[in-house]
Design a protein. Structure first.
Length: 343
């Protein structure tokens, strides 16, 4: 197996810099749309054969060094008892936001091998179909990020309802976060047991929090999850999007790898983090549109800076955008491999 990604996560010596791309199985690939057209987005997430197919598409086309399970961070919340719909151009919607004790009390902790068995079956199928070509990454959302969707009823610009609950009803907020945390622990443990070889925790909206609020209202739940899943024995990646101001705190999460967005200089981040943790990132997703020579310079700078880290996994600073030409994604993979010395 090409285990370069796993070695970099663990801080072991690698022959070159491994790369995978957040949302690499997705809308920028024409072959994805062929599979996606057969039903709704949630239908795709819940069909192991089709989910496995789109997971493998970027492995075949891009030549990346890791596969990431095709699913969505919100899938477990539906099974907690929060009906979920996805709408084109609007995104996810929870029609009944969770904003009082009665609503929190109704939420349940799903059994991953019963309520989310389609995710586990997808992982098992992927391990078989990947046949050791590259490692498979499982994932979940972080409790704060998941809570924002439940409280707001979907995406938000200012997270007013979430912060209102944090500040004015902290016990209610804690009760909700405790349930989401318990759900996430069992979900990630089950993914590892099913065959996921690394686990990433996405904290997509952590950057909307002041450092003090992050330390009180988000980080402790991530720490609890990571402590609980450490015995699974797989590398753990924590990605706090827009989290340049949170790096020192994020380092205390217990993760093996910290994901970096493009808003921070990777060399500066490595200097702040030291040699106790590997890093992942951090090219601006829209920088893929640069002319080839300028893109190469950007990639070279990140690859060179990454050599100062305990371990470095090249990635974008967030998910690849649907409008990205597929050949540009393929080019960045080729550049990372060539510029970092892959034979």
């Amino acid at each position: 197996m090409n285990d370069t990604f796993l070695k970099a996560c663990r801080g072991e010596k690698t022959d070159y810099t491994p790369i995978w791309i957040m949302r690499q199985a997705g809308r920028y690939l024409p072959q994805y749309h062929t599979v996606r057209s057969k039903g709704t987005f949630l239908d795709l997430c819940k069909n192991p054969e089709r989910a496995a197919e789109v997971t493998i598409q970027p492995i075949d086309y891009l030549g990346v060094d890791a596969a990431i399970l095709f699913s969505d961070i919100l899938v477990p919340l539906e099974k907690m008892g929060a009906p979920l719909d996805f709408y084109e151009k609007r995104g996810p919607v929870f029609a009944n936001p969770i904003r009082d004790k009665a609503a929190v009390d109704k939420l349940v902790i799903p059994d991953p091998e019963i309520d989310l068995v389609y995710v586990m079956d997808t992982i098992r199928l992927l391990r078989k179909e990947l046949a050791g070509r590259v490692p498979l990454i499982g994932f979940s959302g972080a409790p704060f990020t998941l809570a924002t969707y439940l409280i707001e009823g979907g995406s938000s610009k200012n997270y007013f309802e979430t912060k209102k609950m944090m500040y004015t009803a902290p016990e209610l907020y804690k009760a909700l976060l405790d349930k989401i945390t318990d759900c996430t622990i069992t979900y990630l443990q089950a993914q590892a047991a099913a065959g996921a070889q690394a686990l990433q925790i996405f904290d997509s909206w952590a950057g909307v929090l002041a450092p003090d609020d992050f330390a009180e209202f988000a980080l402790p739940y991530v720490q609890r999850i990571i402590k609980a899943i450490k015995p699974c024995g797989v590398p753990i990646i924590y990605f706090a999007n827009n989290g340049a101001t949170l790096l020192d705190l994020s380092k205390t999460s217990g993760a093996d790898v910290l994901g970096l967005d493009w808003r921070v200089n990777i060399g500066d981040a490595i200097a702040r983090l030291g040699q106790d943790v590997s890093v992942q990132g951090n090219l601006d997703p829209i920088a893929l549109l640069l002319p080839a020579d300028k893109l190469e310079k950007r990639v070279q700078a990140i690859v060179d800076a990454g050599k100062q880290a305990r371990g470095h996994v090249f990635n974008l600073g967030h998910g690849i955008l649907p409008e990205t030409p597929p050949e540009k994604a393929k080019l960045v993979v080729e550049l990372v491999h060539r510029l970092s010395g892959k034979a």
